[in-house]
Design a binder for this molecule. Structure first.
Ligand SMILES: [Zn+2]
Length: 455
């Protein structure tokens, strides 16, 4: 590039020199007469004078441009440095937020706000700083201001949901969650938060709609969605029964069972309704199916109720039929042991308890053993021995929340300690490593609290 330019310059200089020589060889005169003035000169001098005039004109023009343009260039430079300072404040503010220093963050936020005329950027920092400082109103104001901006609205809603939950204002949180859901139904936390909130407030039908959208948007896996839908239908069936709509109640329960026969709550609901309508046989079939997938003491109790048999010995026979669906399971052995104990069949009760306990009998097994010894021969030494073992025995399966690990006496669809829906499972403690489904999430109470501040 430079070479070409140099060559061009040489060529131009050569042409100029040739022109000068040509002019010098051919002297001519020019005479100018103007209002009584007369100028005699050579052609060469006149040409030089014209070139000088042109150069002078150009120099004046450049000078004019420089003078006129200076202030705006100056202003531009000033604005640049202002923006740079603003961004530096913003960065320092964000760093302070990350470090958990609320006061420092707020100072930087204020300065960044003055320096930058970009509210979306500074609003987020202001909101976070206010939250760190426990300034609820300040955070609220900043989040609400974000709603004005299309790009920041979603983030603002997220902050407002977390804020409302922290204040314990569930209705407000739900309103904001609905707005966020309308804005971005494909975002996982929005679907999960809205779903849990709707379930917590007993809006089963709305929760089902949210869930179905979540499944369509692939935010909820098909398998998880199927189970959740079944559990929602259990709740809807209960409401329908309460409202006297028995046929609706039955329809919901049947649909739920069709979706998730392995869930104890689902089978219990259907069996309860079948027993209520006098259809004990069908209830027994329902319970047998679920026993083969997931045995549970509640199912055994319902099974005996469905069989409507009061003779203790015959009840042992009935329980054998249910246990046969999953013969080696601990629950099957425990159910048989309990029935044998009630019928006074001590030997059979001991045998099933031995099988249920394996090498390391649980609390429930030890207690039943103690009961057998007490009732069989009132052997106080053995009773005492089993009760002592019970105190040290491994814990039994129980209703435990997969999200927060809380223990519950009975099944419920919404965990009372963390608010998650459909997370209670019949599990031994410490077994969540293997059984927690991959999509299981920490419950609402924990996730949304951490949305903005991490605090
Ligand atoms: Zn929980």
């Amino acid at each position: 590039m430079t070479l070409v330019r140099t060559l061009i310059w040489f060529a131009l200089a050569g042409i100029a020199m040739l022109a000068a020589v040509w002019l010098a060889e051919r002297p001519g005169t020019v005479t100018v007469v103007f209002r009584g003035w007369r100028l005699d000169t050579s052609l060469g001098v006149l040409l030089v004078a014209v070139v000088v005039l042109i150069l002078l004109g150009m120099a004046l023009w450049l000078l004019y441009r420089w003078i006129v343009g200076a202030p705006s260039a100056l202003l531009e430079g000033w604005g640049d440095s202002r923006r740079r300072k603003g961004y530096r404040e913003l960065t320092q503010g964000l760093a302070a937020v990350a470090a958990g220093d609320g006061g420092e963050a707020q100072r930087h936020a204020r300065r960044a706000e003055q320096l930058l005329s970009e509210p979306p950027l500074t609003l987020l920092l202001s909101a976070q700083a206010a939250q760190l400082n426990g300034d609820r109103e300040g955070a609220d104001r900043a989040f609400k201001a974000m709603l004005e901006d299309d790009e920041m609205a979603f983030l603002g809603l997220r902050g407002l949901i977390a804020q409302s939950l922290r204040d314990g204002n569930q209705q407000r949180a739900l309103d904001y969650a609905q707005r966020a859901f309308a804005l971005r139904p494909q975002t996982p936390w929005v679907v999960h938060s809205l779903f849990d909130m709707q379930a917590q407030t007993g809006q089963w039908k709305a929760a089902q709609e949210t869930l179905e959208t979540g499944m369509r948007k692939k935010v909820v896996t098909a398998n998880r969605g199927r189970t959740l839908r079944a559990l929602l239908l259990v709740e809807r069936s209960r409401i329908a029964e309460h409202d006297g709509k028995d046929s609706d109640a039955m329809a919901f329960a049947r649909e739920a069972f069709h979706l998730a026969p392995e869930r104890i709550a689902v089978a219990s609901r259907l069996a309860e309704l079948q027993i209520k309508t006098g259809d004990g046989r069908r209830a027994m079939k329902t319970l047998e199916r679920t026993w083969s997938l997931a045995p549970h003491p509640d199912l055994a109790e319902l099974y005996l109720k469905a069989a409507d048999e009061n003779d203790p010995l015959k009840r042992v026979g009935i329980m054998r039929k249910l246990a046969a669906q999953k013969p080696d399971d601990m629950e099957s052995n425990l159910a048989l042991a309990q029935a044998a104990l009630d019928a006074g069949l001590w030997g059979e009760a001991r045998r099933h308890l031995d099988a249920a306990g394996g090498g390391n009998p649980s609390v429930r097994v030890c207690r039943l053993m103690a009961e057998v010894e007490e009732r069989a021969q009132s052997d106080q030494a053995k009773v005492h021995e089993w009760l002592t073992r019970a105190a040290l025995a491994p814990a039994d399966k129980a209703w435990r929340c997969a999200a927060c690990h809380a223990h519950h006496e009975s099944w419920r669809s919404v965990c009372e300690s963390c608010g998650a829906f459909g997370t209670l499972h019949w599990r031994a403690p410490g077994t969540y490593g293997q059984v927690l489904p991959p999509e299981a999430r920490p419950a609402l109470g924990m996730t949304t609290m951490n949305i903005v501040s991490g605090g």
